[in-house]
Ligand binder design. Structure first.
Ligand code: F6R
Length: 257
């Protein structure tokens, strides 16, 4: 894992913008795995400002709430179109987001998995982390080999996401999420976490044991993971001075995953 600690969320976001822009420039038909949430809002704003060519890019989103139609103000479909897709020249047919209204959820999830494979697999998977350690909506005790499927959100995740909905009771109970196995198939995973409330989950994910109780810890099994943190999210890391030293002395052109 490469752990990059920046002095602010904005600076860490700039690093990810550079990273993703370079993937899009070097591989115009790249397959991107995308996330929603407060952490990635600034990232999408800055990425749009780069005015890149998205005409051959394919995108797969991590998750969607069950029962929310795409146009629902709090669906992840809506989030993605509002914050990214409508501002870039991506083709609608190249945008993939789990279907929260699927009549047959298991079949729809299998199709989602097949579409990722047919697209050639995900080149770069963007990830946030939940305060309980989830990636995607893989809540604690998710199988580390899981594939896209329906999951039940924990009360903590529903509470964390309540501000988007106005009231906790309005947050759906179920979601469809790529599995941890699906995420680990991506060629490069990039996790962003900002703020003190993420510090514990980040420390457990990066320095704790690999455990289904902290789904993000499964990233330790992946050969290429970049973790972008602000100082607060990094505050509980035992080896933070070492990570800073590594970043400051990184040999040019290398990846210290
Ligand atoms: C969203 C997703 C989640 C979020 C995580 C952090 O597509 O997959 O794992 O990344 O819940 O959410 P924020 O950024 O709102 O703190």
């Amino acid at each position: 894992m490469e752990i990059v600690i920046e002095s602010s969320a904005e600076k860490a976001t700039d690093v990810v913008v550079r990273l993703v822009s370079s993937v899009i420039r070097k591989k115009p038909n790249a397959v991107l795995g995308l996330a929603t949430g407060a952490t990635v809002l600034l990232f999408y704003r800055k990425l749009v400002e780069m005015k890149l060519d998205w005409s051959k890019i394919t995108a797969f989103n991590l998750d969607e709430y069950v029962g929310l139609p795409p146009r629902h103000p709090h669906s992840f479909h809506r989030f993605m179109w509002e914050n990214l897709f409508r501002h870039v020249n991506i083709r609608k047919k190249n945008v993939h987001i789990p279907d929260g209204l699927a009549a047959d959820i298991p079949k729809s999830c299998e199709r989602y998995e097949r579409k990722i494979v047919a697209a050639g697999g995900i080149d770069l998977q963007l990830l946030g982390i939940g305060t309980g350690g989830h990636i995607g909506f893989n809540e604690p005790t998710s199988s580390l080999a899981s594939r896209t499927r329906i999951k039940t959100l924990t009360p903590r995740t529903r509470k964390d996401n309540a501000p988007f909905f106005g009231a906790p009771a309005q947050v759906p109970h179920h979601c469809i999420t790529m599995g941890i196995g699906t995420i680990l198939d991506a060629r490069h995973c990039v996790l962003l976490a900002f703020g003190k409330k993420k510090a514990r989950a980040v420390a457990q994910a990066v320095e704790g044991p690999v455990s289904a109780l902290v789904p993000a810890s499964a990233l330790q099994l992946h050969p290429r993971v970049t973790v972008l943190l602000d100082t607060q999210a990094a505050s509980r890391l035992k080896l933070k001075r070492y990570y800073r030293w590594v970043s400051d002395h990184k040999p040019a052109g290398t990846d210290s995953a």
